[in-house]
Design a protein around this ligand. Structure first.
Ligand code: ATP
Length: 337
């Protein structure tokens, strides 16, 4: 588990070399960085604590708590937290392919449904995992989905509005961005936590296949009216099955909105591996117990991560696997201590 390290502002310089900016949010800037000793590339989310009010500080602590809790191949890993007097640095797994918003903006009419399905299934897989842990994201939007091109995956990030929920109990905090927010959040009502993520999933799927948001008018008050009336138009090129799934998620009444089980078993989402990530996530327990498939998967990961190439002979690969095993065991021992 990522531990919180206390330090002084210059300390990050000794541990990570900060490089170019990858993205910006309201309170944070996300930078590419390299670990000084290992050379490992990471993303560092730098939060200026002096600019945060009490509410934003609360969200920040919640973000750290939830990101430590959720560990899934389709969710960006939080490696460590460095807390200095004025800044908080979240050291994150680095996405190498930009975020989904920029990607969608490059496709005027949206992605092919085949590609949209591949990415959407992974986002649904991650949210389904979060909800099983009773964690609601509450700020799902394409900007918070990052591409991991080498792994062929997308991963969720930015748990700044996330929270724990108790099934059946309602939440009250209003959060998220207007264009992606469910009507009940905008009304300021008490709301059923998981249903607000389902609404945002509907907005994301719409954007993937249409290339633009479903509710985007000339000004905020018109956008708000369209959301409240649940008025949107799906372009003709979108298949009926996909339209139906969008319609099942973009329901004004949260009780009528599709559940995650319904989404996962919907006709449009069939024929796609919802967890291509799992095969890249073999737990390294003992190299002797590895099946042929796990062995090949580890080699594939080593090749993808530039640790090895395919020509490397088997003995050397086995030595590297044992070394990785030892490293992972000593890391686990360190993490639990
Ligand atoms: P917001 O104001 O929307 O809540 P934020 O301040 O919480 O944003 P993030 O959404 O976490 O910041 O990150 C801002 C941008 O930085 C993202 O949209 C994405 O482009 C980029 N980014 C974030 N995390 C990563 C990562 N792990 N790897 C690569 N890029 C990332």
């Amino acid at each position: 588990m990522a531990g919180i390290k206390r330090g002084y502002d210059g300390k990050i310089a000794g541990l990570y070399d900060l490089d170019k900016t990858l993205g910006r949010g309201h309170f944070a800037v996300v930078k590419l960085a390299r670990h000084v000793f290992t050379g490992e590339k990471v993303a560092v989310k730098v939060i200026d604590k002096t600019k945060l009010d009490t509410v934003a500080t609360g969200h920040l602590f919640q973000e750290v708590r939830c990101m430590k809790l959720v560990q899934h191949p389709n969710i960006v890993r939080l490696y460590e937290v460095i807390d200095t007097q004025t800044k908080l640095y979240l050291i994150l797994e680095l996405g190498d392919g930009g975020d989904m918003f920029d990607y969608i903006m490059k496709h005027e009419e949206g992605l092919s449904e085949e590609l949209a399905k591949k990415y959407f299934a992974q986002i649904v897989h991650a949210i389904s995992y979060c909800h099983r842990l009773h964690v609601v994201h509450r700020d799902l939007k394409p900007e918070n989905v990052v591409f991991f091109e080498k792994q062929g995956l997308v991963k969720l990030t930015d748990f700044g509005f996330s929270n724990k929920f108790q099934p059946g109990k309602k939440l009250t905090t209003s959060c998220g961005s207007l264009a992606y927010s469910a009507p009940e959040i905008l009304l300021g009502d008490e709301y059923d936590a998981p249903a607000v993520d389902i609404w945002s999933l509907g907005v994301i799927l719409f954007m993937l296949v249409c290339g633009q948001p479903p509710f985007q008018e000339a000004n905020d008050s018109e956008t708000l009216t369209m959301i409240m009336d649940c008025k949107y138009t799906v372009p003709a090129h979108v298949s009926n099955a996909c339209k139906d799934l969008i319609n099942r998620m973009l329901q004004r009444d949260p009780k009528r909105r599709a559940s995650l089980e319904e989404i996962e078993s919907h006709a449009w989402l069939q024929g796609v591996d919802p967890s291509p990530a799992t095969k890249y996530n073999t737990p390294l327990v003992s190299h002797k117990n590895l099946s042929e498939e796990e062995h090949n998967s580890i080699i594939q990961r080593m090749v993808l991560g530039d640790i090895a190439d395919r020509e490397l002979n088997n003995d050397i690969i086995n030595i590297i696997i044992i070394l990785l095993l030892l490293l992972s065991l000593s890391y686990q021992a360190y993490a639990v201590s």
